[in-house]
Write a protein that binds this ligand. Structure first.
Ligand code: SF4
Length: 350
């Protein structure tokens, strides 16, 4: 076994965190945890993972659950497309693969939402296959360990990282090694101020030996994150019920419920934008009243400020023109529907 791998595995044996998905070789919970961990911190994931596994303890229970139940279990975890892909993939595995999570990269990557990293994590941890699982943490460790200077988003550097990581993975327990590398990146070789003095590979780490660990990895150019304004209409019927709509499945936050309204065009006044989007979404002419609240939120590629207004003047029956469906719901029942974090903040302000 490569001496670097021996040190990392030895360190891991003494420093591994007791995370709930660490003690299983069952591919289904490993898959769920890897999907939840995409773009999300471990501490945030733990309670969601535990609740999700209680609600959907097997792949079959997940595949047979209505999508709205899956979304509800995912509510507030963000990046909802992950939930949709996981559910679609579970259905595919149940219907087309006799309910067995496949043990080949090709078949795994043919499932919705499974990319190269997730496939490698499942193959190595659940099936003991000797493949490197290279996530953002591992990329950082590799760039420093081997003093790789190129921008980390370039294919050439990514290929180099993969080749070097592939050489390190031991045949004996590739899953443990991959998890050890992730753990090292998450707890020791952290983005800013890595704890080199606690690191098991300090005396072979080229970046440390050259004193350049703080300068690596070299990040690619970041594009400016755009900021958009959105609007939402708070409309009550004669019985005091609120009008809510379900988003289209394939769009942003697909399948979640929200208050009607939408994205303003650049430079468009929010009230004007609300009147326009209400026409486009539900075919309704409304009059816009007082502002209830404005909520800011950051998505992966843009930031939004959502302005919610009380509206009235509803003279027609809504038509689901660019939403899946609409409903009148008493306020106390809103908790039964999956909403995004931003819409939950509006509900709090009502
Ligand atoms: Fe990272 Fe420092 Fe360890 Fe090198 S010595 S791998 S820079 S923590």
């Amino acid at each position: 076994m490569n001496p670097i791998a021996i040190r990392i595995l030895d360190w891991y044996a003494h420093h591994r965190r007791d995370l709930p998905w660490r003690n299983t070789r069952d591919p289904y919970p490993i898959w769920v945890s890897e999907v939840m961990l995409q773009q999300t911190q471990v501490d945030t994931v733990i309670p969601y993972y535990q609740r999700f596994l209680l609600r959907f303890p097997t792949l079959e229970t997940l595949a047979k659950a209505p999508y709205q139940k899956v979304l509800k279990a995912w509510e507030n975890l963000g990046y909802y497309v992950r939930a949709r892909h996981l559910h679609e993939a579970a259905i595919k595995v149940l219907n087309e693969m006799e309910g067995e999570v496949p043990d080949s990269r090709e078949k795994l990557m043919a499932l919705p939402g499974i990319g190269s990293y997730t496939a490698s994590a499942i193959l190595s941890i659940a099936f003991g296959q000797r493949v490197p699982a290279v996530d953002g943490n591992v990329k950082r460790v590799m760039c420093r360990l081997f003093a790789l200077h190129g921008p980390i988003d370039q294919k050439e550097i990514q290929d180099q990282i993969y080749t070097l990581a592939n050489d390190l993975v031991p045949a004996g327990d590739p899953g443990a090694f991959n998890q050890a590398m992730m753990e090292l990146g998450a707890t020791v070789c952290i983005p800013r101020r890595p704890s080199c003095h606690d690191c098991p590979v300090q005396n072979v780490c080229l970046a440390f030996l050259k004193g350049i660990q703080a300068t690596l990895p070299v990040l690619g150019k970041k594009n400016r994150i755009p900021h958009r304004h959105m609007t939402a209409a708070i409309i009550r019927d004669g019985k005091g019920r609120l009008l809510i709509v379900q988003r289209l499945e394939n769009g942003l936050l697909g399948g979640l419920w929200k208050f009607p309204g939408g994205m303003c065009q650049p430079e468009e006044d929010p009230e004007k934008g609300l009147r326009r989007t209400m026409q486009e979404e539900l075919g309704l002419r409304i009059s816009v009243g007082e502002r209830v609240t404005s909520v800011r939120h950051a998505y992966s590629h843009f930031r939004v400020t959502l302005h919610a207004y009380r509206c009235d003047g509803l003279r027609a029956r809504p038509k689901a023109l660019s939403c899946r469906e609409w409903r009148w719901v008493v306020q106390a029942h809103l908790s039964r529907f999956p909403f995004s974090k931003v819409d939950r903040q509006i509900i709090k302000a009502l």
